[in-house]
Write a protein that binds this ligand. Structure first.
Ligand code: GLN
Length: 488
């Protein structure tokens, strides 16, 4: 029961209400199942059992006294290991942080705690969230539960695999260029990249601060919406967080879904896309059309520059953000301890040996594009292109121009690729984010969800619904409606 793909938060709560199981029993089962599955798929880097079983017992007392009082009461979740939980290790899957213990809770964790969620453990990722396959983790490989010879996507591959393998009912990831939407797609679950500013970034290890957003994974749009409701909101610890009202974002009755005008960007249906993806996404659009939705072709002409623009802005920001990891502050990797060296050679050695190839590549690129003489040619130019990409979207949403309410597009050009297939070819790895990156550059929300229910053995294909800034409600309501027609 707990471990079926249709076992949702709502069903879990009904079982608790009907006293089919206690919180302690349920959480105990989730831990044993997750630990067993983890041997196959490596979704979790570590479990938080002792701590959380104690919390489960407290929650049983609460349940006795007052029933279920919060949206995520006792919900077992996985947390990406670049998000801080006070007193626990957080590595961002980097050797340089292997012993780092967080001294505070990320705002999203504080919010989940006050909503009484349970943290099963910390999930695997590409080192510092750089990658699209979770193969860049310094510690272990994560396999796609739908086909263990394939990658789960990345960088939040562990969080996606945990939900797809039914080890957790929900999880948190971060999305800087697609790291929630793409792994949700490769694993066939639902993932939301919120509007920039909707969720506080306090306590997520920064990759590119102008692009990063934390967001949820779950089995259904409704569950994703519920987790999003809990973690969103303005925060004095993040000056880029925005004043918003998401109190009803997981209730869809008040949205007239059928009035939404859907835009299909012609630039997102390109040559080189895999035929399965093209077919499934076109079938999804066909379903919407048959259901009576108004569908319009639109153009986002600057999309073709998004990848180049991203690979200037992201390295620039991350070269600055990663400068703090010197192997002295935060923590010292085991094998680098107790050696007698001067300051400079310590820096060289620590950064030279405990930071992996992908972060190193990006630190070098970033330092280069920010250096005097190149700054205007690369960094300043990329910022201008970023604005043009945003303008394309604004024109699509503008009532006096194209006037669409939501945009429907593929998430990735292919389905989950084989482990090892792209590790020697960073450029082809980068290309797998071609459809997700423009959304981050524009700061918009994007929901990734399966085009239909896939059978055992089939590789899933997701599509994304892109919305206006802070209009998560429309994309979630539309996604929830689509789930009801997806098998028609
Ligand atoms: N795959 C993209 C990258 O490597 C996106 C990463 C992310 O969203 N964290 O940068």
């Amino acid at each position: 029961m707990f471990f079926d793909s249709d076992f949702t938060i709502e069903k879990y709560h009904s079982g608790l209400r009907e006293k089919k199981y206690s919180v302690t029993e349920a959480i105990g089962e989730f831990f044993s199942y997750a630990k067993k599955e983890n041997e196959k798929n490596g979704a979790f880097l570590r479990f938080l059992e002792d701590d959380q079983i104690k919390r489960a017992k407290d929650l049983d007392l609460r349940l006795e006294e007052g029933g279920i009082t919060s949206d995520l009461f006792a919900v077992p979740m996985g947390i990406k290991d670049n998000i801080l939980i006070s007193g626990g290790i957080a590595t961002a899957a980097s050797k340089i942080l292997e012993n780092y213990v967080s001294s505070y809770d990320a705002t999203v964790i504080e919010k989940l705690k006050s909503n009484e969620a349970i943290f099963l453990g910390k999930t695997n990722l590409d080192e510092f969230a750089m990658g699209s396959s979770t193969e860049n983790s310094a510690f272990q490989l994560t396999r796609n539960p739908k086909d263990i010879s394939r990658v789960p996507g990345g960088s939040s591959g562990g969080s996606a695999a945990a939900v797809a393998a039914n080890m957790a009912l929900g999880s948190l990831g971060s999305d800087t260029g697609g790291s929630i939407r793409q792994p949700a797609g490769f694993c066939g679950i639902v993932g939301l990249k919120p509007t920039y500013g909707a969720v506080s970034r306090y306590g997520v290890m920064s990759l590119a601060s102008s692009l990063d957003q934390i967001g949820p994974f779950a089995k259904t749009v409704k569950d994703v919406a519920t987790i999003f409701k809990t973690i969103s909101g303005i925060d004095k610890m993040d000056s880029t967080s925005a004043e918003t009202d998401y109190s009803t974002v997981n209730q869809f009755n008040d949205v007239n879904v059928k009035d939404l005008v859907i835009g299909i960007p012609k630039e997102y249906f390109v040559k080189g896309m895999s035929p399965e993806v093209e077919k499934e996404v076109n079938d999804a659009i066909g379903r919407m059309r048959r259901d009576g939705f108004k569908i319009k072709e639109i153009s986002l002409p600057h999309s073709k520059y998004a990848l180049s623009c991203y690979y200037i802005i992201l390295p620039a920001e991350c070269s600055a953000n990663l400068a703090r990891y010197d192997g002295i502050r935060y923590s010292v990797p085991e094998e680098l301890k107790n050696e007698d060296m001067n300051l400079l050679s310590t820096y060289f050695r620590n950064r030279g040996s405990a930071i992996g190839d992908e972060p190193r590549r990006r630190i070098l690129l970033g330092t280069f594009v920010l250096s005097s003489g190149y700054y205007d040619a690369y960094y300043a130019k990329a910022q201008k292109v970023r604005r043009l990409i945003l303008n394309d979207f604004m024109k699509a949403f503008d009532k006096s121009a194209e006037g669409v309410d939501v945009i429907v597009a593929p998430v990735t050009p292919s389905t989950a690729f084989k482990i090892g297939e792209k590790t020697d070819d960073p450029l082809s790895m980068y290309l797998s984010d071609i459809f997700t990156i423009p959304v981050n550059l524009a700061g918009l929300p994007g929901l990734s969800l399966p085009t239909r229910k896939y059978k055992e053995g089939e590789l899933p294909v997701n599509f994304q619904i892109i919305g206006k800034h802070f209009d998560e409600k429309s994309i979630l309501a539309f996604g929830d409606y689509y789930e009801k027609i997806m098998n028609k």
